[in-house]
Design a protein around this ligand. Structure first.
Ligand SMILES: Nc1nc2c(ncn2[C@@H]2O[C@H](COP(=O)(O)OP(=O)(O)O)[C@@H](O)[C@H]2O)c(=O)[nH]1
Ligand SMILES: [Mg+2]
Length: 451
């Protein structure tokens, strides 16, 4: 990004008309801008009512001016907030004036990026700022607040400390390796390793939950034509999104519906039925269905309950990678008269019997989806996380496990130390201590201007 010695400015409020419009300024020229625009300096951290002046002393607007002196500001630099009237024209005039006084237009996320560079926030916290603004549900907003307050970063720092502890322990054990006691075989080391692995597992689970809360879970409805996939989509969405007919092969394209279950976003994708067909449009639909399945966090395999005893429905799963979990739905329970409910199949899959048409048993499915997303209304410690956080955690955990393997199987202390270093560096990408510049650029450029 651009030079940090620049003074930046931007309208911070949403565009359009509003009661108040705010312009933010940050950088070394802030005091000079105050002097010219307001006619004199103003005290820090006090709301001052002022006229905002043009170069010829005419008034552009009037309102509150707030000055924050470096380093006690959001960005860590001298900053100014001008709270004027929220009309697009008047804000534009005011912004032009500030730019004429030596500021340049801020890039998206540049205020927060400066806060990050000046150690006001770490990267996970900076991302939480964007996530609060973008939050689609109150649950997501509350969790993002928790990340901003440092809940996630705290866990990462704890893990880092535990990794350092392990490294020091092994290094001193190696130093003493001539002596009789074998520290590397001791219970102490086993305990340190077990604690670390437990901490990794717990944090990964919470972060996974936090990322589902942010991005939602993608659920793909798959199965044979006429099993009731589109009916199930409509039932979950509580409206008639998909066309439902008794003609097999009605759905030929992919339909996506975003729903919320207790504030958690879920993307439901309805697909064409999986079958051999000579209809070229339907063939394309089947191809798209198979592609959609690859994007799923969860597949719901919908089976007509009338065929559930005879049909080899599991053969439909041969296209589903084993990494994607599948729940089997026996639909049309009203036709067979079987009781709705949840059970486990022999291979450990959840099987839910329901009636999409009449809604019986639908609540069992929504509860199941909530459980899959790790939803726990009692859990007050969820923080918002992103996919890149999950990736970094997984990578770090992998290096740790490889290192432990080197240590325990081959007594390879050097290789172990190197793996541990890699584990720590993967973790520090989350808080931004070792994040590549291009990734930083990507993260901040996805912010809105003025943040
Ligand atoms: N009796 C009954 N019929 C259903 C149920 N779900 C779907 N159907 C019927 O099954 C047919 C096919 O449904 P549809 O949702 O289009 O299936 P899809 O091809 O898998 O999308 C339609 O005539 C639906 O009304 C159900 O729970 N009970
Ligand atoms: Mg359909």
């Amino acid at each position: 990004m651009s030079n940090n010695n620049d003074t930046i400015a931007a309208v911070a409020t949403a565009s359009g008309r509003g009661g108040i419009g705010i312009i933010r300024v940050s950088g070394p020229k802030t005091q000079k801008i105050i002097e010219k625009l307001l006619g004199s300096q103003i005290p820090a951290r006090q709301a001052c009512f002022r006229l905002f002046k043009e170069h010829d002393d005419t008034t552009i607007d009037s309102g509150l001016a707030l000055y924050f002196k470096s380093p006690a500001s959001y960005t860590g630099e001298d900053t100014l907030e001008l709270q004027g009237h929220g009309g697009p024209v008047v804000l534009d005039m005011l912004l032009k004036r500030v730019l004429a006084l030596g500021a340049r237009l801020a890039e998206p996320g540049e205020f927060t990026q400066r806060a990050f560079l000046n150690n006001k926030l770490d990267l996970a916290q900076a991302e939480a700022v964007a996530d609060i603004i973008d939050a689609g549900t109150s649950a997501a907003a509350v969790s993002a607040q928790r990340s901003l307050a440092g809940a996630f970063s705290q866990h990462i720092d704890d893990l880092q400390r535990q990794l350092t502890h392990l490294r020091l322990y092994v290094e001193s054990a190696i130093d003493f390796s001539d002596e009789d006691i074998d520290f590397l075989a001791g219970d102490e080391l086993k305990k340190i390793i077990a604690d670390l692995q437990k901490a990794f597992k717990k944090l990964s689970e919470t972060a996974k939950q936090g990322s589902l809360l942010r991005d939602g879970m993608t659920v793909v409805l798959a199965g044979k034509p006429n099993a009731g996939k589109s009916s199930l989509l409509n039932a979950l969405a509580q409206r008639d999104t998909a066309i439902v007919t008794e003609v097999a092969g009605t759905t030929r394209d992919i339909l996506t519906e975003k729903i919320q279950i207790d504030g958690m976003p879920v993307h439901i994708i309805d697909t064409a039925g999986l079958r051999e067909t000579s209809d070229i449009i339907e063939q394309e639909g089947v191809k798209r269905a198979k592609q959609a399945i690859l994007t799923a966090d969860q597949v719901l395999l919908v089976v007509d309950d009338q065929e559930s005893q005879t049909e080899d429905y599991l053969s439909l799963l041969q296209d589903v990678p084993t990494t994607i979990p599948v729940t089997v739905i026996f639909n049309k329970a009203d036709m067979t008269g079987a009781e709705v409910g949840e059970a486990s199949s022999n291979d450990g899959r959840t099987v839910i019997r329901l009636s999409a048409k009449y809604g019986d048993g639908l609540n069992i499915l929504t509860k199941h989806l909530k459980t899959l997303m790790g939803f726990n209304p009692e859990e007050k410690n969820i923080f918002l996380a992103r996919r890149r956080h999950l990736d970094a955690l997984a990578r770090s955990n992998k290096f740790l496990n490889e290192g432990i393997e080197q240590l325990l199987s081959y007594q390879a202390g050097e290789l172990f130390a190197e793996d541990l270093r890699l584990a720590q560096s993967a973790l520090s990408e989350i808080t931004g201590k070792m994040t590549p510049d291009d990734l930083l650029g990507e993260i901040f450029s996805s912010f809105c201007i003025g943040k």
